[in-house]
Design a protein around this ligand. Structure first.
Ligand SMILES: *[C@@H]1O[C@H](CO)[C@@H](O)[C@H](O)[C@H]1NC(C)=O
Ligand SMILES: *[C@@H]1O[C@H](CO)[C@@H](O)[C@H](O)[C@H]1NC(C)=O
Length: 377
């Protein structure tokens, strides 16, 4: 008797649970709006969005035939929109902002176009916004600073234009990727919790300025290659203790100041394909963990500091395509050295072609004489 009653009680409570699991109305209407802003001919039958059939409740589980994927819920609210890269084309409905419990949006590898709706930036709980590899256009509005909980923002591989908003600095971001867009203008003050900064392949211009990087004590990765940044890479830049990887290749930098660090985690530096003049500083060799250094295709003159050949951590060294002169340190060719890379296309004397470092031949002496104002060094 007791057990039957208990079972009945159990049954009735479990039915009560399933029947009360209904998605908030405003979330349902937001989901409907999001689906209907997508061109139905771009929703393949096998895709997540094809299973969004509003005769069922989006958050009710189990999902047997409808709402198989593309969203997750918690307590009858939609918390994640994570689309498959099925090639959905259309716009992102501004009504997405009605999904006020969203923590994650990932619409990567689709064909969303038009502007990123500004209403999106009012989502108070959004941690992760990934719109990578779509065709979003327009500017990044200053209202982006309203994303009070954002950690990861990836809008790389889109068609964003205009300059980076100054309000960016107030964000709590740790990871920002805006690579492969058409962003212009200078680098503004950056969010101070940043760990990873990637804005490669854009049209950024201007100098690396201290106020942009002030207070960034956790910054590890800086990926700013393929832009139009200019000026001298300033001495404080490589002294940022947390920095591990720096890629500034393919810009218009004309100089570099590098001091000996007191503490540094720098592992890899690529400053190839710039217009850096002057001597190759010995100070790179004072970075205790430096393992990969490229200064290829710049306008460096003078000798390769002997200290580079003594640096046990250094595994990759690309100095080709400069006007480096004199005898390269013979320790590079001793057989004990584990450095790979290239010293070719310079003005070096007696770079042994038995070493793969010297496989690419040196510049013709006429070019080297001209580079040194007639004096052969
Ligand atoms: C939605 O589901 C209902 C019931 O399973 C079905 O009759 C209807 O055809 C479905 N609609 C679409 C568009 O698949
Ligand atoms: C190397 O760093 C020291 C101080 O850290 C500085 O005084 C010196 O000018 C630097 N030398 C070069 C060649 O950059």
């Amino acid at each position: 008797m007791f057990t039957t009653a208990f079972l009945l009680l159990l049954l009735s409570t479990s039915t009560a649970i399933t029947t009360t699991t209904t998605t908030l109305d405003s979330d349902i209407s937001a989901l409907k709006a999001i689906k209907s802003a997508i061109n139905p001919t771009t929703i393949p039958s096998y895709s997540c969005l094809a299973s969004w059939n509003f005769t069922s409740d989006p958050c009710s589980t189990p999902h047997l035939t409808h709402f198989l994927c593309g969203l997750s819920c918690s307590n009858n609210r939609v918390t994640q929109l994570t689309f498959d890269g099925a090639g959905y084309a259309g716009t992102l409905s501004p009504l997405v902002s009605k999904l006020t419990q969203l923590i994650t949006i990932d619409l990567s590898d689709n064909k969303f176009s038009g502007p990123i709706p500004t209403s999106l930036f009012s989502l108070p709980n959004l941690h992760t916004l990934i719109l990578r590899s779509n065709s979003f256009s327009g500017t990044i509005p200053p209202a982006i600073s309203n994303l009070g909980s954002i950690q990861t923002l990836d809008i790389s591989h889109n068609s964003l234009s205009g300059s980076l908003p100054y309000s960016l600095s107030s964000l709590t971001l740790t990871r920002l990727d805006l690579s492969f867009n058409r962003l212009t203008g200078p680098i503004p003050k950056l969010p101070k919790n940043l760990v990873e900064l990637a804005i490669k392949s854009n049209l950024l211009s201007g100098y690396l300025l201290k106020p942009s990087f002030n207070e960034l004590t956790q910054l590890e990765v800086v990926e700013l290659s393929d832009n139009s940044l200019t000026g001298t890479i300033p001495d404080w830049f490589f002294l940022q203790t947390s920095i591990q990887q720096v890629n500034l290749a393919n810009n218009g930098f004309t100089g570099i100041e590098i001091l000996k660090p007191t503490d540094s985690n720098l592992i890899a530096v690529d400053i190839g394909f710039n217009k850096i003049d002057g001597y190759l500083s010995v100070n790179f060799s004072a970075y205790p963990m430096l393992s990969s250094l490229s200064l290829r295709y710049n306008k460096l003159h003078g000798p390769i500091p002997w200290e580079y050949s003594q640096k046990a951590t250094l595994k990759r060294l690309f100095l080709d395509g400069n006007y480096l002169s004199g005898l390269p340190p013979k320790e590079f060719f001793s057989g004990k050295s584990s450095v790979s890379g290239s010293l070719g296309d310079n003005c070096l004397m007696r770079c042994p072609t038995s070493s793969q470092l010297c496989l690419k031949s040196q510049k013709p002496s006429s070019i080297c004489r001209r580079a040194y104002g007639g004096k052969v060094e």
